[in-house]
Design a protein around this ligand. Structure first.
Ligand code: BGC
Length: 440
């Protein structure tokens, strides 16, 4: 096959994604601050109290890195717990700090995308019952109004809630995120609250900024039956419905319908200007009534698939293309808001990156509307209950010294962003093991 370049459309967004609680450090008002203090909650009792030290200003050097690496966009989140540390107090200094960060992006010619909820809330919200509190859509909307009023001069691309599915199930079913509950019915109810909160936020943002574009970032995980068994097929269908489908469907037609439940949430209909897709991996499911936690299947990865360092992610590039084909049914453009792999040695990341982007390029040639790609993540960050045990950065972080060390994947991604495409030269140089799949 001749050597060439797979080009992406003009104005395609190329960036990385980050989240406040994972990079900022020094926040004592958030649910994760209290959570990491509890015995046994975080692997190795790791802490996010310094993290990548963005709150002391290191975002500047990291944005410089991203800019020098030809990225033209960045997705970050802002912490509700900083902006509203108490129910009746807004912290103007925190808003100023975020203004600075966003102008920092704009002045570096990078389009900002801002996430308003990424897995954490103020402690006072948790004390009032968190996402089980009936008033949460109102509380969230008040915060969104304040934040968007302050930040709309610099941003018009908003993600209301990051991965409502991962959050609701992590915090209320698996119990590995605060508040650590383990009840399927509660988790399903929390998702309904998140649909309402999203709808309130969507309407609030559009009222303030009519030209804004507002969506969610959904974790899309393709569930496939592990065998021909009808029970495995049924398990895959139910998991897909609960995890992938129920939330974005409610934002399309105002009907929240997880499995056997059906609820009208009319204010949510038509509240999605784009669908953000966070894709990491697909999974095979085998029916197992003893799976525990109210669930009824066990997962695995297809045989002979390369796995990430922790074994949590399998390299299945076609899954990204499949998620785009699936996402198209919601009738709005899509943005890949996260995609990446834990790999401290950068042993598999270059290939994962090249192969996933190639799969994306292929599906986009079928005219599926995708406007951008944000790699997870810029610099190694605090990976929630997994602490620092998983390393997703294009740059390695030395936690002792705060030094950043460039991984080869960062060079590959910089070439992709620079050329707006995947060239054979770049793949040959940085991800030679992806050559057979990309340039046979
Ligand atoms: C989350 C990120 C997280 C990443 C890798 C996604 O589910 O949105 O916050 O760090 O996965 O674990």
């Amino acid at each position: 096959m001749p050597k060439g370049t797979y080009y992406f459309p003009e104005h395609f967004l190329w960036g990385t994604a980050t989240a406040a609680a994972q990079v900022e450090g020094r926040n004592q008002n958030s649910t994760w601050y209290a959570w990491e203090k509890e015995e046994g909650r975080i692997v190795n009792s790791d802490s996010a109290q310094v993290a990548c030290d963005w709150w002391s200003g290191r975002w500047r050097e990291d944005f410089d890195r991203a800019q020098a690496a030809n990225q033209n966009a960045h997705r970050l989140s802002i912490a509700w717990s900083r902006i509203q540390p108490e129910p009746d107090r807004w912290d103007e200094d925190a808003l100023d700090r975020y203004r600075e960060m966003l102008t920092g992006l704009v002045s570096r010619k990078m389009t900002p995308m801002v996430t308003l909820h990424h897995f954490s809330e103020p402690l006072w919200v948790a004390e009032m019952g968190g996402w089980e509190n009936e008033a949460i859509p109102d509380l969230f909307a008040a915060f969104v109004r304040k934040a968007v009023e302050a930040l709309m001069p610099y941003c018009n691309l908003w993600v209301t809630i990051n991965e409502p599915n991962v959050f609701a199930y992590g915090a209320y079913l698996e119990g590995n995120f605060p508040p650590g509950k383990q009840d399927l019915k509660t988790a399903v109810g929390v998702m309904a609250q998140m649909v309402r909160a999203h709808a309130r936020a969507y309407h609030t943002i559009h009222e303030l900024q009519p030209e804004s574009r507002v969506g969610i970032a959904l974790n899309v995980r393709g569930f496939k039956p592990a065998t021909w068994s009808p029970l495995d097929k049924l398990a895959a269908k139910i998991y897909s419905n609960l995890f992938n489908e129920a939330f974005p469907k409610a934002l399309k037609d105002g009907v929240y319908q997880p499995f056997l439940r059906k609820e009208q949430i009319p204010e949510a209909a038509g509240t999605q200007d784009f669908l953000g897709i966070n894709y990491y991996t697909n999974e095979l499911l085998r029916f197992n009534p003893f799976a525990g936690g109210g669930m009824f299947a066990t997962g695995s990865f297809p045989k002979n698939t390369a796995l990430s360092e922790s074994g949590d992610i399998a390299n299945i590039p076609m899954g990204l293309a499949e998620s785009v084909v699936w996402g198209n049914k919601f009738g709005v453009p899509m943005i890949i808001t996260e995609n990446g792999i834990d790999d401290s040695k950068d042993a598999i990341r270059p290939r994962y990156l090249a192969e996933h982007l190639h799969a994306l390029w292929k599906v986009m040639n079928g005219n599926y509307p995708v406007e951008g790609y944000f790699h997870w993540t810029l610099v190694d960050n605090f990976e929630w209950e997994r602490g620092w045990s998983q390393r997703f950065g294009l740059w390695e972080l030395d936690l002792e010294t705060q030094a950043r060390i460039k991984r080869p994947s960062a060079e590959l991604y910089a070439e992709i962003c620079r050329t707006n495409g995947i060239s054979a030269d770049a793949v040959e140089k940085y991800a030679p093991d992806a050559m057979p799949a990309l340039f046979p």
